[in-house]
Design a protein around this ligand. Structure first.
Ligand code: DGL
Length: 283
């Protein structure tokens, strides 16, 4: 599983809770975040590096793209290129959204990259549930989470401004279309008001992973299996990743390791990765 940083940990939580016997390798590309303001081509390159590293270096039997921006930029191409199933967050999120609404007025908030890509417009339309969708980009939210700031006046003021379009549209359900945003759910919920249901794609993505692995016969049998092992890597400061990761995720994130972006082979066709094994325990 990978994300630009800490956000995908919201999906990791759901996957670990649903599939406790599966091993999980999580890479947060904190050295190169944010993805949301970068061109799609650059995000796509990063997504390929991360996904191929998971397959080649960690022998992943499936890859979860726990980042909406990366999924918007590269999910279909990754699914065509990788030798393992690839699970994204956008389709599961869209499904959860249209199931949760009562009025049919729904909203999605995400990064600039995700919103501009139109991926949610397409995914919601593909559900064929007749809803009216309003999307809004929320630049700045991810940076607050990466700094470890999830409450306070500054975020509340930004949230009021960024959420104005979805509030004005009168949505009854709002999908947090960026995996970082569940960490800001309190502030977002306050800005939207108590009548608006917030939906995250984390649980629905975990169900999608379980279903896809199950159909392919790739799930570990539940009975008699050992508990899954969880490994956390970051391309940025691993001390910070372990510290903040533990605050956001919980005590299972006992240590973080360094992940170094891979390079192209001489033929330029394939990407190889290398995982450094330096470990940084939480303080
Ligand atoms: N968690 C990523 C997402 O779901 C955040 C992208 C970013 O780094 O801006 O889109």
């Amino acid at each position: 599983m990978f994300d630009s940083g800490f956000g995908g940990l919201t999906v990791a939580r759901a996957v670990i809770d649903l599939l406790p016997n599966e091993d999980l390798v999580y890479i947060g590309d904190t050295g190169r975040y944010p993805y949301g303001s970068k061109p799609q081509s650059e995000v796509r390159d990063y997504a390929f590096q991360l996904a191929w590293s998971l397959v080649k270096d960690f022998d992943a039997k499936a890859v979860v793209v726990a980042c909406n921006t990366a999924a918007a930029a590269a999910l279909d191409d990754l699914a065509n290129d990788l030798p393992v199933p690839v699970i994204g967050v956008i389709e599961p999120g869209a499904r959860a959204l249209v199931h949760a609404t009562r009025s049919g007025r729904v909203g999605v908030i995400g990064t600039v990259g995700t919103v501009v890509s139109g991926a949610y417009d397409r995914a919601v339309a593909a559900t064929r549930v007749p809803v009216v969708l309003t999307t809004a980009a929320c630049p700045g939210f991810v940076e607050f989470v990466e700094r470890g700031q999830t409450t306070g006046d500054e975020i509340a003021i930004l949230a009021d401004r960024m959420l104005a379009p979805v509030k004005a549209a009168g949505v009854d359900t709002l999908l947090l279309g960026c995996t970082h945003y569940p960490y800001l759910a309190r502030v977002i919920g306050q800005a939207m008001g108590p009548s608006v249901t917030l939906v995250s794609s984390a649980d629905e993505t975990a169900f999608a992973a379980r279903d896809q692995l199950g159909e392919l016969g790739l799930l570990r049998p539940e009975r008699g299996a050992r508990a899954g092992e969880h490994q956390f890597l970051s391309s940025g400061d691993i001390g910070w990743f372990a510290d903040l990761g533990r605050r956001l995720f919980g005590p299972e994130l006992a240590a973080a390791e360094s992940w170094i972006p891979p390079h192209r082979d001489a033929d330029g066709q394939h990407l190889t990765g290398r995982a450094d094994t330096r470990r940084e325990p939480t303080r």
